[in-house]
Design a protein around this ligand. Structure first.
Ligand code: ADQ
Length: 489
């Protein structure tokens, strides 16, 4: 299509995710403060210039009144964002309930805690109903803004019901769906009471994407075993309709990190950190405070290392930065207490009057502080019990071209498939193995570090987020929608 002045106009990309990339806070009745929250997805799509991107999602605030909804919609329009308004009850049942209490632990192979299991079973139906209702509300907004020729890219486990809702509105809408978490073995997925409905709905999309080939394979197996459909090398076929299923491993905007290391404020930070930890090796963990990240396992492995290697006790420090998330879910509150307790015990055991072995921070760091930390780190520890990809490992590698530090990486993170040759891969459940890997990493020769780093740095700087997004959208554009099929026949 062309603009009136003859220049080709960009294709519109409607990115639909549970949360918008801006956080809104209300100043007064009709004015708002909007703050960009730079998550992985935002930076991935910032680099994609060939599309005109619109974001559709929940702004993270309850806005029950019309005046507020109207003024927030106007404020967000300037940021190319379109809000979906969800009321408190829906958020409680859909987001805290079905998404974070059922799908998130299930997709990461973590069962629900025993005492909650019966309660969850009872509330399951109402939470699933709220999930469908919320997805329908997202679909209504997408449908209202959709124009012929747009592509719609739905994100994550929050919106598995969306592809079906969208196709019910318009069978010719180009719809892609990408999952940021693992897709579990079909044996796990089949325990979900709503297993069939969710699979059928995702299959309504034209393209379904995962971080790794394994997740894609699990999804295809679920469709063949649970729905009895046919899996092909291309995807899943149902009565002649093919849903393309493939792996699209995400990356980061590596240049953003590399450039940041040249900023004066980052250099100042680096200098301060080097002085602060002079004479000690720095180990680093950066995670959302979430069960899947294996934070207690990581800290216990570090304790075992100190226990077995007394000479290292005053020569190494572990900085664990754990930003709290989903703080109103009891399971997450329990995890915070557990981590605090273990850290306190270890610091009591191995600390001295002047130094402690673990610095644990319950907060988010700004970008410059994060880059400086990555740059001064000798050994990064990623011990996820399951993780779709894990971008922290990519960010660390991007900031290490000078130091060439070592990455210890869980084999259960998607990143193990791309950074496996350069990292030391571990089973985070095996604390003895992780402790031994810490010792190996801390004493590794410069030559081996250089070789391992080269491999990972090459990967991180060539498989970027921009490439990820462009590949997904171009493949989505290449799929054939119903109307095209009919004209071909
Ligand atoms: P997350 O589970 O959030 O993402 P991850 O991929 O590591 O995990 O991304 C976390 C992001 O948050 C990184 O950009 C990191 O810098 C930032 N971050 C984390 N803790 C921080 C802190 N304390 N301060 C500042 N920033 C912090 C989900 C999936 C992953 C998948 C991504 C992208 O769970 O497996 O890789 O989506 O698809």
């Amino acid at each position: 299509s062309k603009k009136p002045d003859g220049r080709p106009s960009k294709q519109r990309l409607l990115v639909v995710a549970n949360r918008l990339p801006v956080a809104a806070t209300r100043k007064d009745e009709d004015s708002w403060t909007l703050e960009i929250s730079a998550g992985g997805l935002v930076s991935a799509l910032l680099g994609v210039n060939e599309f005109e991107t619109r974001w559709i999602g929940w702004a993270g605030v309850n806005v029950p009144d019309e005046v507020g909804q109207k003024s927030l919609t106007e404020a967000l329009a300037e940021k190319r964002c379109i809000p979906v308004f969800l009321d408190e009850e829906v958020v409680h049942q859909y987001y805290n309930g079905y998404c974070n209490n059922i799908l998130w632990p299930l997709f990461h192979y973590l069962g629900l805690p025993q005492e909650d299991r019966l309660a969850t079973t009872r509330t399951f139906q109402s939470q699933f109903a709220a999930y469908k209702k919320a997805n329908q509300m997202f679909a209504d907004v997408v449908n209202k803004h959709y124009k012929e020729g747009d592509v719609v890219w739905c994100h994550d486990y929050h919106l598995m019901f969306l592809p079906k809702c969208l196709k019910e509105y318009n069978i010719n809408m180009k719809v892609g769906w990408f999952l940021h978490t693992p897709f579990p073995s079909s044996e796990i997925h089949r325990t979900l009471p709503s297993r069939t409905e969710l699979l059928r709905s995702v299959l309504a999309a034209d393209l379904v994407g995962f971080h790794t080939y394994d997740y894609a394979r699990h999804f295809v197996s679920a469709c063949t075993r649970i729905l009895g459909l046919e899996g092909t090398p291309e995807g899943v076929e149902d009565q002649g309709k093919l849903t393309r299923v493939a792996a699209f491993p995400i990356g980061i905007d590596s240049n953003r990190f590399i450039r940041a290391l040249e900023l004066p404020e980052v250099k100042d930070h680096i200098r301060e950190l080097k002085e602060r930890f002079a004479g000690r090796k720095v180990m680093l963990g950066v995670d959302r405070l979430d069960m899947i990240k294996g934070i207690p396992q990581k800290i216990l492995a570090f304790e075992k290392f100190l226990e077995e290697n007394p000479v290292w006790r005053d020569k190494v420090v572990l900085l664990q930065i754990a930003v709290p998330t989903r703080t109103d879910v009891p399971e997450y509150q329990r995890l915070t207490c557990q981590v605090h307790e273990i850290v306190g015990r270890i610091n009591g055991r191995f600390g001295t009057l002047t130094a402690v072995p673990i610095h644990h921070l319950d907060r988010s760091l700004d970008f410059t502080a994060l880059c400086a930390l990555y740059a001064v780190t000798d050994v990064a520890l990623v011990t996820s019990l399951r993780d779709g990809m894990n971008l922290v490992s990519y960010e660390f590698v991007a900031c290490q071209d000078e130091k060439k530090g070592v990455l210890i990486l869980s084999e259960f993170a998607g990143a193990a498939q791309s950074l496996g040759a350069g990292a030391i891969l571990v089973n985070p459940w095996n604390i003895t193995e992780v402790a031994a890997s810490i010792g190996y990493a801390l004493t590794m020769s410069a030559c081996e570090r250089e070789k391992r780093h080269r491999h990972n740095f090459m990967h991180v700087t060539t498989h970027t987020s921009q490439e990820w997004a462009e590949t997904f959208v171009s493949e989505l554009n290449d799929t054939v929608v119903e109307a095209q099929l009919r004209t071909r026949q």
